[in-house]
Every structure is written in structure tokens, then in C-alpha cells.
Write a protein that binds this ligand. Sequence first.
Ligand SMILES: Cc1cc2nc3c(=O)[nH]c(=O)nc-3n(C[C@H](O)[C@H](O)[C@H](O)COP(=O)(O)OP(=O)(O)OC[C@H]3O[C@@H](n4cnc5c(N)ncnc54)[C@H](O)[C@@H]3O)c2cc1C
Length: 131
Amino acid sequence: MRAAADLFFDVVSQIRMTRWSAGRVALVGDAAYAPSFLTGQGTSLALVGAYVLAGELAAHPDHAEAFSAYERVMRPYVTLNQALAGDGDTELFPATDQALQQRNAALRTLSTLPADRAHAEYSALTLPGYP
Ligand SMILES: Cc1cc2nc3c(=O)[nH]c(=O)nc-3n(C[C@H](O)[C@H](O)[C@H](O)COP(=O)(O)OP(=O)(O)OC[C@H]3O[C@@H](n4cnc5c(N)ncnc54)[C@H](O)[C@@H]3O)c2cc1C
């Protein structure tokens, strides 16, 4: 890191908006509700959000009603998935030298990939069918 000429450093953030639309503009995906890569759900939220927004726009002639319905359907799902980040994944990003050594030792002895954790939050939304 000390020798690198192109070191990139950033913080991990979430986007939490009080509302996702104003006038004729609606936000979708990371712009509205980036959950951070600590949740592994950013792409899912973006795709599901795009599907729901498109569906509600097709179902409501009034765009304001469509935007309200989009947010009503999506917000609980987004909130649950953003909460997966908790206080930060300390296993992945240790905060002390000792924790860092423990993580590195565990990774060096890893012989198989950890089992995929099936969080209930991932499937907490049943996609509505749209005409
Ligand atoms: C390190 C890292 C790891 C991740 N790991 C995962 C993971 O394991 N699983 C997962 O589901 N998600 C993961 N994500 C999150 C995921 O990448 C995002 O949540 C997802 O890409 C959001 O999609 P989006 O379409 O909303 O935004 P983006 O993918 O950011 O797309 C926005 C697009 O808009 C373009 N753009 C910006 N400004 C303008 C402009 N003014 N005019 C025209 N175009 C513009 C950008 O160039 C970009 O192409 C990770 C993210 C990071 C950073």
C-alpha cells in the first residue's frame, strides 16, 4: 500500500432516502437504497426495484400513484435487507491486529467454500404479478 501510486480508499455506506420520488422523477437501485456490499443484496434490490417500478407504472395511469405503490411494495423489503449489514461485517473487516490475524489464519486453512447462508430477508418479497 505504501508503495502503490494508485491506492484507492473509501468507506462502506448505505443510501437511505426518506422518499424515492419527487415530481416526475423516481429513483431505483443504489441511487435510492444502496444496501452496501456487506449485504450482498445490491443487485437484487436494484433488479426487483426496477421490476416493481415498471409494473406499477404500467398498472397506474397516474405516475404519482405508481411511485407511491412502488415505494409501498419495496420499502419493507429494502429495510430488511439493509439491516443485514448490521454494524459492519467485522469478520470480513477486522478492527484489531488480533482479529486480523485470526481472519487471515482462518482463510489460509479454508479447504471448502463456506455454505451459502440463506437469509429469510433475501426472499421476503413475493413479486407481484403485473398485467
Ligand atoms: C465492491 C462491491 C461489491 C459488491 N458486491 C455485490 C454482491 O456480491 N452482490 C450484489 O448483489 N451486489 C453487490 N454490490 C452492489 C451492486 O454492485 C450494486 O448494488 C448494483 O450495481 C446497483 O445497481 P444500479 O443499477 O442501481 O447502479 P449501478 O450499477 O451503479 O449503475 C449506475 C450506472 O449509471 C451510470 N451513471 C452514473 N451517472 C450517470 C450520468 N450522469 N449519466 C449517465 N449514466 C450515469 C454509471 O456509470 C453506472 O453504469 C457490490 C458493490 C461493490 C462496490
